[in-house]
Design a protein around this ligand. Structure first.
Ligand code: HEM
Length: 146
């Protein structure tokens, strides 16, 4: 389950479902020569952090093992936001994701029905498969529901 979550995290890093959110500056802030006055709204964008090569070397590469390094700086994985307004559904989402991935991998053989070119997504604003992502599933192990 630890490796499964790393795979999920790496997916959330590359394609964060929520691409950012607004915050209000509580005090005047100077950042890289720009002054953000108190009261102004700023937009944090998850991809700016997730694609920063200083945090994630070779950021476009899918590599779940990068989350094995426990020494990642704080707020470097922000798919669920950060701070007091961090997603309160994070742990529920984690369990749902792990259960879904477990059943998909252990109980089904599955393959994508789209070709390489059609197999992409659009943002509306959540990432959505362009062609509905048809997959072919074959059950290979019984599901125990009791
Ligand atoms: C993969 C699944 C999910 C992702 C990627 C996600 C992501 C996020 C993000 C980025 C925020 C904004 C946090 C911030 O501004 O710092 C947020 C807020 C929120 N999420 Fe989620 N979320 C997920 C699942 C869920 C679930 C399952 C629930 C509820 C059952 C939920 C409920 C909320 C609520 C109520 C807020 C607003 C919190 C506030 O403004 O104080 N989310 N989520």
């Amino acid at each position: 389950m630890r490796l499964t979550w790393r795979v999920a995290q790496e997916t959330l890093r590359l394609v964060p479902p929520v691409f950012g959110n607004f915050r209000t500056a509580a005090v005047d802030i100077e950042y890289e020569g720009y002054v953000i006055p108190r009261g102004w709204q700023v937009f944090w964008a998850s991809s700016v952090t997730h694609m920063d090569p200083a945090i994630y070397p070779d950021p476009a590469r899918f590599d779940p093992t990068r989350f094995e390094n426990a020494a990642a700086p704080p707020c470097s994985f922000v798919a669920f936001g950060a701070g007091p307004r961090i997603c309160p559904g994070m742990e529920l989402a984690r369990v749902e994701t792990l259960v879904t991935m477990h059943y998909l991998v252990r109980h089904f053989r599955w393959k994508l029905c789209c070709g390489e070119k059609e197999n992409t997504f659009v943002r509306d604003p959540l990432p959505t498969p362009l062609n509905g992502l048809p997959v072919e599933l074959e059950q290979i192990a019984p599901l125990h529901c009791n």
